[in-house]
Every structure is written in structure tokens, then in C-alpha cells.
Design a protein around this ligand. Structure first.
Ligand code: PMP
Length: 302
């Protein structure tokens, strides 16, 4: 076993290659896993894990919604995450806590089935290859599923089929990414990102009732930009408001802050990365890369 690629499984540090499951695993067959996506960043003071507590909280909330008893406390999982980053000597990285029904019998029911908890971490850079130059997006013909169908505030594996099919459609049509709307036509989010637009100097983002995952990056950016004196409005956004926006960008743990320059073939603003997007980008990266004096409690150094 090298000490370079360790994972954590049910309280034990194991070789990443040994973290495998049989094909018939319930969560593989039925999408019943739950997970988180967390980033670690290299900073002048060493690696920090960004908003660790909030991510672990959302992991436990997802488990609660699905009635999964993880058998560990939030503190246990936070410690294990810090330890996995430390032991793998990771700098900028992605961390994936995952809990799943570790049962291999046929049957959708979950009663009495074993739950396993895994944490993996690996080096990670940009999520989008066009992260700096901007994305071309397509409003999907697939709507965002709504919370009467599946709990959309939960970060559960099955939810991501809605994302997969929207992304497939966007890519097949020559776009970089999809934008999903709710069934009543309001803008919701990307397949793995929240969205913001800029109108007349204000930042607008779909609110909680717009069928979105309550993103931790979204929350961070709302907070940071309000502190910067910017007007930030959470409300329903019409599809056509995307086309007439001055600027648009995605945010998320993986996506960070990624400009959107074209939607459905319509150029957003002047087609260049806008000044407010740049400001959001700078403010966010200053914080996560340990160059800001504010919100130090969001940074957990390993
Ligand atoms: N929406 C969806 C569907 C996502 O998968 C993600 C990524 N977790 C986000 C939004 C952004 O959430 P966060 O900022 O917490 O990563």
C-alpha cells in the first residue's frame, strides 16, 4: 500500500484501489447513494478545505431526508475528511464523501440494508475546460425535476440522471452545458451548478422556490457580494431574462465561477467576460485561496 492514494471506508483508511463494490450493489443499480462535493485549495498557509462544516451538514441532511443512518457523527466525518486530505498530501483537490446501500440482493426496498460511508479525495483543477473563456449554453428541453417528485435539496445520486440527460442533449447539440428550467418555465440551474445573471448592475439568482440545489457556493457569493455593497436579488427568473442579461455565470464547488457568454445562440451582453463576473471571480478566489481577511471560519486548514 502506498500512502499516496488512501480512501476512507467505514472508519478505516484503505488503499483507494480496494474501495470497490459488486455490480449488484443497491446504490449502483437504483441510484440510492448520497454524496457531497467539496474542494480543498492550496493557500500560503497550506491546504484549506472550503466550507467543510456546511458540506458535511448537507450530507447529513440528505441522509436524514432519505432516512439513512450513517453510523457516524458530523464531527467524525469532518475529521476523516481532514485526515484523508492530510494523509494523501493533497493541495488543490476534490473530496467526495459518499454513502450507499452496500447490499447486493435484488429489491428496491432499503429496510435493514447495510449502509457504507466512503470518502475519497484526489487532485483537481478546472471543471470546465472553457472555465476562463466562457461557456455556450443551451436551455434544456428537459425540465429540472421538482421537489414533489424527488427532494431536490438533497444531494442524491438518482437526482443526477436529470443532470445527465440535460447535459447529453446540450453536448449533442454542440453546446458546453445545459441550463434547466422548472416545469413552469422559470430558470432553475445547471446540471451541477447554480446560475447568476447581472441586470442593471444587480446580481439576480433563482430563489429557493425555483427547484434548485441550495448551493454552498451560491450562498457564499450572495454573502460576499452583499458585503461588497452589491444588490443581490433572489427571485424567479424568466427564460428571456437570460437572453437580455448583461452578464451570466455559473457557480458551484466544481464549477467555481464560470462565465456564460452565449445562451441558445444568443450573445450575452457584449459576448465578453463582464466586469461584475470578474469581480465575483476575484472575490471568490481571494477567499478560497486564503488571500482574504474575511470569513476565516469558512476555511479549515488541514
Ligand atoms: N446545483 C447542482 C445540481 C449541483 O450538483 C451543484 C454542485 N453540488 C450545485 C448546484 C452547486 O452546489 P455547491 O455550490 O454546494 O457545490
Amino acid at each position: 500500500m502506498t500512502d499516496e492514494k488512501l480512501s476512507w471506508l467505514n472508519g478505516n483508511f484503505i488503499d483507494e484501489e480496494k474501495a470497490v463494490v459488486p455490480i449488484m450493489t443497491h446504490s449502483l443499480q437504483y441510484g440510492s447513494g448520497i454524496f457531497e462535493g467539496i474542494r480543498g485549495y492550496e493557500t500560503p498557509k497550506g491546504t484549506e478545505i472550503f466550507r467543510l462544516k456546511e458540506h458535511v451538514k448537507r450530507f447529513f441532511n440528505t441522509a436524514k431526508i432519505y432516512g439513512m443512518n450513517l453510523g457516524f457523527s458530523e464531527g467524525d466525518i469532518e475529521k476523516a475528511i481532514i485526515e484523508i486530505v492530510r494523509r494523501n498530501k493533497l493541495k488543490s483537490c476534490y473530496i467526495r464523501p459518499f454513502a450507499f446501500y452496500d447490499d447486493h440482493s435484488v429489491g428496491v426496498g432499503t429496510a435493514g440494508k447495510k449502509i457504507s460511508v466512503y470518502i475519497g479525495a484526489f487532485p483537481f483543477g478546472k471543471y470546465f475546460s472553457a472555465a476562463d473563456t466562457g461557456l455556450k449554453c443551451k436551455v434544456s428541453s428537459w425540465h429540472r425535476m421538482e421537489s414533489s417528485i424527488l427532494p431536490i435539496e438533497a444531494k442524491a445520486s438518482g437526482n443526477y440522471l436529470n443532470s445527465v440527460i440535460a447535459m447529453k442533449e446540450a453536448k449533442a447539440s454542440g453546446f458546453d452545458e445545459a441550463i434547466l428550467t422548472s416545469r413552469d418555465g422559470y430558470v432553475a440551474e445547471g446540471p451541477g451548478e447554480n446560475i447568476f445573471i447581472v441586470k442593471d448592475g444587480a446580481l439576480l439568482t433563482p430563489g429557493r422556490d425555483s427547484q434548485i440545489l441550495l448551493g454552498i457556493t451560491r450562498n457564499t457569493i450572495i454573502e460576499l457580494m452583499k458585503e461588497n455593497g452589491m444588490q443581490v436579488i433572489e427571485r424567479f427568473i424568466h427564460r428571456e431574462e437570460l437572453y437580455t442579461a448583461d452578464e451570466a455565470f455559473f457557480v458551484g464547488t466544481a464549477a467555481e465561477v464560470t462565465p456564460i457568454l452565449n445562451i441558445d445562440g444568443i450573445t450575452i451582453g457584449d459576448g465578453k467576460v463582464g466586469s461584475i463576473t470578474k469581480k465575483v471571480w476575484e472575490t471568490y478566489f481571494n477567499l478560497v485561496q486564503g488571500k482574504s481577511n474575511t470569513h476565516q471560519d469558512y476555511l479549515t486548514y488541514v
